[in-house]
Design a binder for this molecule. Structure first.
Ligand code: FAD
Length: 443
């Protein structure tokens, strides 16, 4: 259990302790341990990230091996499988439905949700309306990008921003879309003289410096495209979030394409050891560009705008370099122990993003952090508790609407958040059912 986080959000510990195993039993597995991950484990312990806590779901200082959603046959399991526990007679799942907006009755004292408008896969519009009983409600779980976006599109948000887009204001709440946070990730490249096994994150070092050290390794190549690694893949699919859209000039995109050509050939063999800043303090915001739900909003995370994030990244990179230089890795990858400058130099090239490089990338760890930052996709915020929703995740000053997802977090839980987000789904489901039963029984 992620104790500090659970205390901070004020969840009922007993129900939390029942809800994690409910998820874990259905879709979480013990990983088949790969040699690259063993090298990381041994290097972390030798570098002082101790004690070794073995295989555990607990988030505790030291080095550990965590659970995975890949089973021993390599099959991936997902949150969708948890639906199997539901009662199919009471459940309708519309897989290709895209909600366009939430509809309100604004004639009363407070806006009251009456339903949602959604489009099917053919673009045909439908309405799903709530029943009249007091227990009916809409629960928004569109994630840290989708939920603030949906509230804004539906008229809940900063009045000026809504009016600029001619959206009728249902409720002026200046905090919707604010407090967006993404944990910065920076990679240190581990060169290898031979192809290494493909592995995703299994081992993690949870340091007292506030950074988590994890790794992924091995690549499959086809037609010179690169698959599988966090850093490079994120460069291809997630990179846009690392710089403000206005800075995405033609030159920046050309530099990106060129930098892809410059990826050293060793990058196809080795792996990466990554540093994630645990609880990021730099904060950004999300704003709509238009009223089309299919268009991405603009999100600025302002990576490293808070000096504490930069300080922790530097600490993390320093530790990570020691980890990569340890004999566990050099023996395993058949590479000699390289100097810090050489490791940074190759890592600068192997990390791909749109951010222009600087001459001092290999001599200033601060510059290295800023120039090679990428996302680990653990972004959260936009609908914080106390600002947009109450502690029961009910949208403030609105009736019959909740937000239950990562948009309500002020920090990303655990080393990787999805276990806690899924647990939260079960937790809130049970809590809402209990409340309803209590109400029915007149308690
Ligand atoms: C590429 C990638 C890799 C990741 N890897 C890991 C990992 O290894 N481990 C880990 O712990 N975490 C990982 N994460 C993070 C993790 O997936 C998220 O933290 C988690 O899924 C957040 O859950 P959520 O419920 O808040 O939002 P989501 O899981 O994003 O769920 C939101 C859902 O709402 C849907 N939606 C949005 N808008 C609408 C709309 N208008 N109408 C209908 N549906 C809508 C979306 O399609 C989505 O299905 C990864 C994330 C990404 C993107």
């Amino acid at each position: 259990m992620k104790c500090r986080f659970i205390n901070k959000v004020g969840w009922d510990k007993k129900l939390v302790n029942e809800s994690y195993p409910w998820v874990e039993k259905q879709i979480v597995h013990r990983p088949k341990f790969s040699p690259f991950q063993s090298a990381l484990r041994d290097s972390l312990i030798d570098t002082g990230v101790s004690p070794y806590n073995g295989f555990t779901y607990d988030h505790i200082y030291g080095t550990k091996v965590g659970g995975t959603i890949f089973d021993r046959f390599g099959r991936r399991h997902t949150a969708a499988e948890l639906l199997a526990s539901g009662n199919p007679d009471k459940l309708t799942v519309l897989v290709h439905a895209t909600v366009q907006k939430i509809v309100f009755d604004t004639t009363g004292k407070r806006p009251k949700v009456v339903g949602v408008i959604f489009n099917d896969e053919n673009g045909k519009q439908h309405e799903a309306m709530l029943g009249n009983d007091v227990q009916s409600e809409v629960i928004l779980s569109s994630g840290a990008i989708g939920s603030p976006q949906m509230l804004l599109l539906s008229g809940i948000g900063p009045k000026d921003e809504l009016q600029n887009l001619n959206i009728s204001v249902v409720l002026n709440n200046p905090f919707v879309g604010k407090g967006m946070i993404d944990n910065p990730m920076n990679n240190i490249f581990v060169p290898s003289n031979r192809p290494v096994d493909v592995s995703l994150i299994q081992t993690v070092g949870i340091t007292k410096k506030g950074v988590y050290i994890e790794a992924s390794s091995g690549f499959s190549q086809s037609n010179s495209s690169i698959h599988c690694h966090h850093g490079i893949v994120s460069a291809e699919i997630g990179q846009l979030s690392t710089i403000p859209p206005k800075q995405r000039s033609i030159e920046a995109i050309q530099a990106y394409v060129k930098s892809k050509r410059d990826i050293p050939v060793e990058a196809f063999n080795g792996g990466f050891v990554l540093t994630k800043v645990g609880s990021a303090w730099s904060v950004g915001e999300l704003k709509l560009n238009n009223t089309n739900v299919n268009d991405n909003p603009t999100i600025t995370f302002n990576y490293f705008s808070h000096p504490y994030d930069l300080q922790r990244c530097v600490e993390g990179i320093r530790m990570t370099i020691k980890v990569v230089q340890s004999e566990h890795f050099t023996n395993y990858t058949l590479c000699k122990k390289e100097s810090m400058e050489k490791i940074l130099n190759i890592s600068v090239k192997a990390n791909v993003n749109f951010i222009p490089r600087h001459a001092n990338d290999t001599t200033s760890l601060e510059q290295f952090c800023k120039d090679t930052v990428i996302t680990i996709w653990h972004y959260h915020g936009g609908c914080h508790v106390g600002k947009v929703v109450d502690p029961d995740y009910k949208v403030l000053d609105v009736e019959r609407l909740r937000v239950v997802d990562g948009s309500t977090f002020t920090e990303s839980p655990g080393t990787n958040p999805q276990a806690t987000v899924m647990m939260m789904g079960r937790y809130m489901g049970v809590k809402i059912l209990r409340d309803r039963l209590g109400r029915l029984a007149g308690i």
